[in-house]
Design a protein around this ligand. Structure first.
Ligand code: AMP
Length: 171
């Protein structure tokens, strides 16, 4: 696990001063690490009857799609506004400064389906909190929110349902 942590690159002052950005492209670009990361994450959900994995634009797609393939589940995209062609359910949520909006197709999840949500990094939890709302609004049964990495000092999991958060690597 330490090897996987070590391969993630820290970039200081990105996207703005004072933020240390966890650059996961270094892990994704290393064949062995990427495979190991997906194997370790998917192992947790094998046999759990996950119907669909929701990926959050854009880095969540890279993890969500690979997990879905491993689990024999469908892939659902949560995208930035204006990208999805069919009717959408929109959710606007607070960021540190200002707000952001995400969209999901209204028919992407059927009531009662078992849903896993995937993203790369859990920071403040605002993004994942919005995605959880979207999934629940469509009637999905949230199995878990999973992240490749969690920035524990930001306490993002407090914004998410109790006991439904998993992160592979903790910083
Ligand atoms: P959050 O604050 O949890 O809503 O984070 C929003 C999104 O921004 C997540 O999907 C992360 O991919 C990304 N993010 C936030 N902070 C960082 C960080 N320090 N390093 C890398 N990604 C981050």
């Amino acid at each position: 696990m330490q090897e996987l942590k070590d391969i993630i690159r820290d970039v200081s002052d990105f996207p703005k001063k004072g933020i240390v950005f966890k650059d996961i492209t270094t892990l994704l670009g290393d064949a062995k690490s990427y495979q190991q990361m997906i194997d370790l994450m998917s192992h947790r959900y094998i046999g759990k009857k996950i119907d669909k994995v929701v990926g959050v634009e854009a880095r969540g797609f890279i993890i969500g799609a690979a997990l879905a393939y491993k689990l024999g589940a469908g892939v659902v995209l949560v995208r930035k506004p204006g990208k999805l062609p069919f009717s959408t359910f929109k959710k606007t949520y607070d960021l540190e400064y200002g707000t952001d909006t995400l969209e999901i197709h209204t028919d992407a999840i059927k009531p009662g389906e078992n849903i896993l949500i995937a993203d790369d990094v859990l920071a403040t939890g605002g993004t994942m909190g919005a995605v959880v709302d979207m999934v629940q609004n469509l009637g999905g049964n949230l199995y878990e929110c999973c992240f490749m990495a969690e920035l524990e000092f930001l306490h993002g999991r407090k914004k998410l349902p109790d006991g439904k958060v998993f992160s592979l690597l903790k910083f």
